[in-house]
Design a protein around this ligand. Structure first.
Ligand SMILES: C[S@@+](CC[C@H](N)C(=O)[O-])C[C@H]1O[C@@H](n2cnc3c(N)ncnc32)[C@H](O)[C@@H]1O
Length: 287
């Protein structure tokens, strides 16, 4: 099978025929995702412009894309980018693909932190959280920490291409006492690894095979390991008054909230995501 000519409509037919073992709606989504990412075409362009010429090098990209999709590689890694809270972000196998529920957390922060001064994101991955917050709250000084060098490179590349200033640094939250932290964070946010190893059996192959393990999993016997360190870190490094925002596993809301029982003078708010799942909390550290 070959792409018979350089027209968009022919590429589309070829794409659909090559991926006929995959659900048609999915293939439709993949095609429009790649056309947007690689050709800058919207869904409407795809409908009104079937004769658009596609260059040989563009066709080649799609041919490689089809091979990758057959191997279950997530569409965002195939495209090399994704969209998050209105920003285009480079993504590769060194970073987690940002999720829609994290956009909901970002939206909460953007609405709630207009007067804040200094924000730290712990476990920043692609930089999606600090970059999207910075894009809306220009006067906020923003930091993004991660233990993965590969993630930090991608986050830096995203900051550069978006022209946003975020201070990205290598940091191990599980060993935070070995680092000197800047003073005066009045917002700390984190979407840390929180999936118990035992959940692997329930997860899609494309996540397990392609997304970074260190971004996702925690030991079954200590699933809150990151939250415990983040709470300790916040007790020492978050200004009062200050705000801590956390994304959480839908099954661990109660346990994460309990971690604040011993923190003096704070109050916790739990929120559900649009799917109705317990998904994020805000902790106010009062004066
Ligand atoms: C669930 S991902 C979140 C990535 C990104 N913030 C997002 O929302 O898409 C967790 C991140 O924590 C980072 N991480 C894992 N262990 C860490 C550690 N010990 N210290 C700091 N960051 C760590 C991973 O590299 C990964 O980028």
């Amino acid at each position: 099978m070959k792409v018979p000519n350089n027209k968009l409509s022919s590429l589309k037919s070829y794409f659909f025929e090559s991926l006929e073992s995959i659900n048609r709606e999915e293939v439709k989504r993949y095609f429009s995702f790649l056309c947007n990412a690689w050709l800058g075409l919207s869904k409407t362009d795809l409908i009104i412009n079937p004769d658009r010429e596609i260059s040989e090098s563009e066709i080649l990209k799609f041919l490689y894309g089809i091979k990758d999709l057959k191997k279950n590689r997530p569409i965002q890694y195939v495209a090399g980018k994704t969209w998050f809270y209105g920003l285009e972000l480079k993504v590769d196998e060194g970073v987690l693909i940002p999720r829609p529920e994290t956009e909901e957390l970002v939206d909460w922060i953007v609405r709630d932190c207009r007067e804040s001064k200094k924000l730290l994101d712990i476990g920043t991955g692609s930089g999606c959280i600090p970059l999207s917050v910075k894009s809306k709250l220009e006067n906020l000084e923003v930091f993004g920490y991660d233990f993965s060098k590969q993630a930090l490179e991608t986050a830096e590349a995203n900051a550069n291409s978006l022209g946003l200033v975020v201070n990205f640094e290598e940091f191990d939250i599980l060993n935070w006492k070995s680092y000197v932290s800047p003073d005066g964070f009045d917002v700390i946010v984190s979407n840390p690894p929180y999936i118990p190893e035992s959940d692997k059996a329930l997860m899609h192959e494309n996540v397990l095979e392609y997304e970074p393990e260190m971004a996702l999993f925690v030991p079954n016997e200590n699933p809150l390991v990151f939250y415990k360190s983040i709470v300790d870190y916040a007790v020492f490094n978050l200004a009062r008054p200050g705000k801590l925002f956390l994304e959480i596993h839908e099954s661990f809301g109660g346990e994460v909230i309990q971690l604040f029982n011993d923190v003096k003078n704070c109050s916790v708010e739990l929120r559900k995501d649009l799917q109705g799942k317990d998904r994020m909390i805000k902790v106010l550290f009062h004066r």
